[in-house]
Design a protein around this ligand. Structure first.
Ligand code: AMP
Length: 503
């Protein structure tokens, strides 16, 4: 696979060049390459089933990258799992993926007691002696899975999106061709590796000899430290959700003085408000701002547009751009017929970066993926329209949402709340301000309980939820009702609940 050869070349020609910097730990290309050889040798020796995935658990340690490359060099895809994911969800991922190996890089033990899974620590791999070299014949290639990223699923279980070596190659080629990011630059790495936004900086940076500077959750929790680290980072390419940059913009010192070399902002994952683009252009006059669009299922992003003055003037709601040259977008009505230019339809992505589907979920795959003219097509569930060759995003057609940049299915949260013994029925409502979701509210019909006060009931349910859902999926507010209102056709009337909540 070209991408791996690119990284190897940089490791050979510039072994000292830094590949990744994270909280006072850094790794050069030479070390990344050589240590991933050792990891691969170790994985190979375990005689795992052919192409069985390796779960890599940690936050933003340099060893995460070593383990990713080690897996694919040993012929196995990796599943990146961030430490923000609770134990029960990890167990679900292990069950769904049938992974036999979990590499725990978090430094804390993981109390998983399952015979089918072997858990190994960094120390175990580091004590393994391997002086050989992996054979490129064993490396993951073509249609074989490179990584599997788990996203929220409406049935209550996360879904594993399979991304192949060719999916990733198509994405990385596009990034290097269509964006000015190609000369060994310094990239911000804001998204943890279990979110596909991280792929937007990780592989374009590694393929072009760039250096990644990681922003950890500890930094994000303390704005003072975050800004000190940003200053140190001196990044040239910024990749984040619009929500993250919006948080940074609240501080007036977030400007060219803080990051004098910043030249490119890349956004993906949620609506990029025009006002944020304007502020960025004012505070960073030398930087270009790009809006990109795409789901994990099509390898991060498939459209892009540079937000120029002209675009800002012309479109109060920004477009998400033009598709990459190897990809086609279809806008289909409910009968599967293409709509006319300017009309709204479901966005379907057809091209080489579209995944072969979710791991082990044939029924969901049948609805969401199909093959067209020898290429994979994905029904995104996003609504949009085309105008002047540009795609415009018009919201979701289901209950998937983005909250502060995180993707989630409201039905998955509802499913988990409904499992509580204290709950008869539950519905989760996004509460919006200026069309942006600010937080989630759970409307609950409680079951019998002996709590004196509602806040005690809420705290108990929240505690239960924290064992199965990441913190960002737990509703901030809870409201209790005797019954949930129904629509005429017998569905929960979410609209009415939302109106009542906002009163
Ligand atoms: P994820 O798989 O986490 O990248 O989430 C994909 C979803 O995020 C898409 O299906 C869209 O609903 C939304 N999304 C991605 N990029 C954009 C964008 N530039 N503008 C608006 N929504 C976006």
């Amino acid at each position: 696979m070209k991408l791996l050869y690119n990284i190897e070349d940089i490791a050979l020609i510039h072994p000292e060049k830094l590949a990744f910097i994270s909280t006072n730990k850094e790794i050069s290309y030479g070390d990344l390459w050589n240590q991933s050889e050792r990891f691969a040798g170790f994985f190979h020796g375990l005689k795992l089933k052919n192409a069985s995935p390796i779960l890599v658990y940690g936050h933003m340690e340099p060893e995460m990258l070593i383990a990713f490359l080690g897996s694919v060099k040993a012929g196995h895809p990796y599943i990146p799992v961030d430490t923000s994911i609770p134990l029960e969800r990890i167990i679900k991922i292990l069950e769904s993926s049938k992974a036999e190996l979990l590499v725990n890089l978090s430094g804390s033990p993981l109390p998983i007691d399952q015979e089918s899974i072997r858990i190994i620590s960094l120390e175990e791999i580091e004590s393994f002696h391997f002086n050989g070299k992996t054979s490129p014949d064993n490396w993951v290639r073509d249609d074989e899975n490179f990584y599997i990223i788990y996203t929220s699923g409406s049935t209550g279980n996360p879904k594993g999106v399979q991304i192949s070596a060719s999916n990733l190659q198509s994405f990385t080629d596009w990034m290097r061709k269509d964006f000015p990011i190609n000369n060994g630059l310094r990239f911000l790495n804001q998204a943890p590796f279990s979110f596909d936004l991280s792929v937007m900086d990780l592989y374009p940076a590694l393929a072009s000899g760039g250096t990644l500077f990681a922003i950890t959750k500890e930094m994000i929790a303390k704005p003072k430290i975050l800004f000190e680290e940003l200053k140190k980072s001196n990044v040239q390419v910024w990749t984040s959700t619009p929500s993250f940059v919006q948080m940074c913009l609240m501080d007036p010192s977030f400007n060219e003085g803080l990051l004098p070399e910043l030249r490119v902002f890349l956004f993906c994952g949620e609506i990029l408000p025009a006002i944020i683009s304007r502020q960025l252009k004012e505070r960073f006059p030398k930087a270009a701002v790009y809006n990109t669009y795409g789901p994990t299922e099509a390898t991060v992003a498939v459209t892009s547009v540079e937000v120029t003055e002209e675009i800002l003037e012309r479109y109060p709601a920004l477009p998400v751009g033009q598709p990459k040259s190897d990809t086609r977008l279809l806008l289909l009505d409910e009968n599967g017929t293409e709509v006319l230019e300017g009309e709204k339809g479901e966005i379907v992505i057809v091209g080489p970066s579209v995944s072969k589907g979710y791991l082990g979920l044939p029924e969901i795959n049948e609805k969401a993926f199909y093959s067209q003219d020898g290429q994979m097509a994905y029904r995104t569930g996003d609504a949009g329209y085309m105008e002047n060759g540009l795609l415009f995003y018009k919201g979701r057609m289901d209950f998937q949402i983005k909250l502060h940049g995180y993707r989630m299915e409201l039905e998955e949260i509802e499913h988990q709340i409904a499992k509580s013994q204290y709950v008869k029925a539950a519905v989760v409502i996004p509460v919006t301000q200026n069309e942006k979701i600010e937080y989630l509210m759970a409307a609950i019909v409680p079951a019998e309980h002996s709590f004196e006060k509602e806040f005690q009931l809420t705290a108990t349910i929240k505690k239960e939820l924290s064992e199965v859902l990441p913190a960002y999926m737990i509703p901030r507010k809870f409201t209790y009702r005797d019954a949930l209102p129904m629509t005429a056709n017998g569905k929960v009337d979410r609209k009415l609940i939302r109106e009542k909540v906002l009163l």
